[in-house]
Design a protein around this ligand. Structure first.
Ligand code: SF4
Length: 226
């Protein structure tokens, strides 16, 4: 279908010189602990259900996570955290997300990043974000008809998501609704549900606890009726 076409087209995009260099450098040099494993080293399409009721939106893949596995939000500590939680609440068939081909599946849920290539220091430039926006917008457009809830990971992911929705014609109130953990905003028939980013900075310090993570995912299930 059209989603598959978008996935195929984005996976060969080379629009951002800095990110192309970075994603390939990391894939060639490899982190020691993954030295024996293949790296994807290309743009990361969304993955999960083709007709999701729950969308999980973040900013960008991680250099040794999604950039290695080819699946966004997998293969690093943040992915481990997230998949343990998704499994606890019944949205994933496994609690771990180690490598491509591990049989991991999501139920009624799709994951998507606003920027498709891993950026140095996890920070895309505004230009890179804008270059990638058409990919994000197109995928959003294709999955929005079935989507009831969008969980945004972190404030950057939240801002990118609101920009993506606005570009598709959604009415975003002014001033822009504030981001917060477990904060809900109803925007044109979709509930945007804030979630702190499951970065080690947040999970090690207890800013984001397992209980808080699970509560947001359970709330999403309830809102999406899955
Ligand atoms: Fe292409 Fe997006 Fe990757 Fe830039 S970040 S090279 S626009 S896929």
């Amino acid at each position: 279908g059209e989603l598959g076409e978008v996935e195929a087209r984005v996976s060969v995009c080379r629009a951002c010189a800095r990110l192309v260099e970075w994603r390939e450098d990391v894939a060639h040099s490899k982190r020691k602990s993954f030295a024996g494993e293949p790296y994807w080293g290309r743009p990361i399409p969304g993955w999960g259900a083709a007709e999701p009721r729950i969308l999980i939106a973040g900013l960008a893949p991680a250099a040794n996570g999604g950039n290695r596995t080819g699946r966004v939000f997998t293969g690093d500590r943040s992915g481990d955290w997230l998949f343990a939680a998704l499994h606890r609440v019944g949205l994933a068939n496994q609690p771990t997300s180690s490598h491509a081909g591990d049989g991991l599946e999501l139920y009624a849920t799709r994951m998507i990043a606003a920027v498709r290539c891993a950026p140095p220091a996890n920070k895309p430039t505004p230009d890179e974000r804008d270059s990638c926006a058409p990919w994000f917008r197109r995928e959003l457009e294709l999955v929005l008809p079935t989507t009831r809830v969008i969980i945004t990971l972190g404030k950057f992911g939240y801002d990118a998501l609101l920009a993506g929705l606005a570009s598709l014609g959604a009415t975003i109130p002014k001033p822009k609704p504030a981001f917060g953990h477990a904060v809900e905003h109803e925007l044109d028939g979709v509930t945007v549900l804030g979630c702190y980013h499951p970065s080690q900075q947040n999970t090690f310090t207890g800013k984001l606890t397992e209980e808080m993570q699970d509560a947001v995912l359970r709330r999403a299930r309830e809102l999406a009726d899955v």
